[in-house]
Structure formats: C-alpha cells, structure tokens
Design a protein around this ligand. Structure first.
Ligand SMILES: Nc1ncnc2c1ncn2[C@@H]1O[C@H](COP(=O)(O)OP(=O)(O)O)[C@@H](O)[C@H]1O
Ligand SMILES: [Mg+2]
Length: 306
C-alpha cells in the first residue's frame, strides 16, 4: 500500500512540474503506477439534479487520469438516459446483459474510447441484476472481478436523484462524487442527496464537485457553504474536490462527440479537470483506502437491488 502511494506521489510530483496539456505527454506518462495492486477503486459519480454534467465530467476526468498513467474504466450506469457512448462518439456493441447471459465475456464488452479510456455499457444488464439467479451472479462476479486487473479506477456514471436504483450504486461504492452546479435548485438537490447518503452510511467518502462555475470565488464560496451545512446539520465532513468552470467548449465538444480534454485541451475546463484528476489520485494525502474492488461493489449492488 505504501509502495503504491509513493508511486502515485511521484507521478503527481512529476506532473506538478510539467504541462500536461502540452504535446509532451510521452515524457510524463509513467509506467503503470500500481502494478502490484489487485483491486480497483470504484467511484460512483452522481447528482441530485439532472443535467449538471456528470457524464461529461466523468469521461473527461477518466481520460485525464488515463493520461496520468493509470488504467481507467467508465461503466455507464444511467439506466434511463445512458449517453457515455454518445459523448465519446462510440457505439457499444454489447453490454453487461451479454455477460450475465453468457453471450460474451467481460473483455468482449469493453469498448476502447479516445485517450486510452475504456468503457462498458450497463444497458439492461444492470436492471437484470434484480432477477439473476445464483449461478448467473457467480458468473458475473467472476467476469467483473477481472476488471480489478484491468483497471486502477472504475467510474460508475449514474443517473440523477434519489431513486433506489441510483442510490444502490452510491451505497455499493466506497467513494462517491456528487456533482452540482451553482444553481440553488441543484445545490438543494445535492444537499438532499448527501443527506440520504449520510443517513445510510456516515463513513462514505463523499466528494463534492462544482460544475459550470462562473468564477473561482463563486465556486469556492459555494463549496464552502455546502461543506459547512453538511458538517453542521449532518455531522459529516465532505471533501471539496474542486470545480469546473462554465465553458462553451464543453457543449461544442459534445456536438462534435469528442471529449473536451482532447479536442480543447487548453480550454479552461480542461485545465480544471487536470487539477481535479491530480487531486483524485493523490490517495495518501486524501486518506482514501485504495483497492476496494469491483467484486465487493457488485455483491453489495445485488444486495441493494434486492
Ligand atoms: N462546465 C460546463 N460548461 C458548460 N456546459 C457544460 C459544462 N458541463 C456540462 N455542460 C453541458 O451540460 C449538459 C449536460 O451535461 P451531461 O454531462 O450530459 O450531464 P448529466 O450527465 O449530469 O446529465 C451538456 O449539454 C453539456 O454540454
Ligand atoms: Mg449523464
């Protein structure tokens, strides 16, 4: 564990002295940072209100972290409005239901996205969890367990709100990133979501990310306020992960179906994503227990789904 942390620290130190948006990526991409580790970090990304930027942030953060030398997989778990594939400009051929029903193995459903990032479409497979039998679950766990060797970080991009399905993904993961915008409605919904999570599990690592911020001062004030309210009324200390500014390059990139950290790599939003990526992989500093694993996640998920 210490060894992994030292390796990750050395990546971040390198990056702090290097412009990761420039063309010299080869010189900074380190050898795989956590070669001896067996379990991936599973991070669910969610929000109270819809349309706050979960999918765009998740994909671009995943690409940025891949560029830092870690292996990242995004699982599209927005059961109603899945669109990771659209934002990445890739059509998935298979989804988790093909694994559950033994039509494909896990490696066959992993799609290669731009920037070295990989993604898996949940499709109807996640809903199938409700009705799968013991043998199917055992098979799914073996297949999904293989992702622990394939990935250092697995992001679960969910839908919004406090439906049982969304909350299942939140409860099953050890870490959750809650995204909000500065709009009062989004902030109120984020707080309502955090409250539900805290009532269920006070030990959950909750990180708050403010998206579409108009300026750094507004962003920092909003993050501070929400932090204080959670501390005072819920008794939990959430983590202020950072902010991404409101940047017209993001909708532009969505229209092109290209990730903004690649197509507009020098944009303000791409730079914000860079610093969030660095912050997220600084595990020792952020006191995150590494390597929770996808198997445990799926086991818990099944339990919550039932
Ligand atoms: N930082 C930002 N600045 C400007 N527009 C943004 C930003 N983040 C997201 N958007 C836009 O907001 C919309 C919703 O983003 P999306 O990632 O699909 O949200 P969600 O996954 O939460 O539903 C998209 O049209 C995207 O272009
Ligand atoms: Mg989405």
């Amino acid at each position: 564990m210490k060894d992994q942390a030292a390796k990750l620290r050395s990546i971040v130190n390198k990056l702090n002295n290097t412009d990761i948006t420039s063309d010299n990526k080869e010189t900074i991409v380190p050898e795989r940072a956590v070669a001896n580790r067996r379990n991936a970090r599973v991070i669910t990304v969610t929000s109270g209100k819809g349309g706050v930027g979960k999918t765009n942030i998740t994909i671009n953060l995943a690409i940025k972290i891949s560029q830092l030398g870690l292996k990242v997989i995004v699982i599209d778990a927005d059961l109603g409005l899945s669109n990771v594939d659209i934002v990445l400009g890739k059509t998935p051929n298979f989804n988790l239901s093909d694994v559950i029903n033994n039509r494909r193995n896990i490696h066959e459903i992993i799609e290669e996205g731009p920037g070295g990032v990989k993604f898996i479409s949940g499709g109807s497979g996640l809903q199938d969890l409700i009705k799968i039998n013991k043998e199917q679950l055992a098979h799914l766990l073996i297949e999904l367990g293989r992702l622990d060797e394939e990935a250092d970080i697995i992001f679960i991009d969910t839908g919004a709100g406090i439906s049982d399905q969304v909350l299942s993904f939140v409860y099953a993961a050890k870490e959750v990133i809650v995204i909000t915008t500065p709009e009062p409605t989004a902030i109120t919904d984020a707080y309502a979501l955090i409250k539900v999570i805290a009532q269920k599990d006070k030990s959950k690592k909750i990180s708050l990310l403010l998206n579409k911020a108009d300026n750094p001062t507004e962003a920092s004030n909003t993050l501070d306020k929400l932090y204080q309210v959670c501390l005072k009324f819920l008794g939990i200390s959430i983590d202020k992960l950072g902010f991404v500014c409101n940047d017209a390059n993001i909708p532009k990139a969505v229209k092109l179906q290209q990730p903004f950290v690649i197509t507009f790599e020098k944009s303000a939003a791409a730079l914000d994503i860079s610093s969030i990526a660095k912050s997220l992989i600084c595990i020792e500093d952020r006191k995150i227990e590494y390597g929770y694993g996808i198997r445990l996640f799926v086991n818990k998920l099944k339990w919550f789904f039932k």
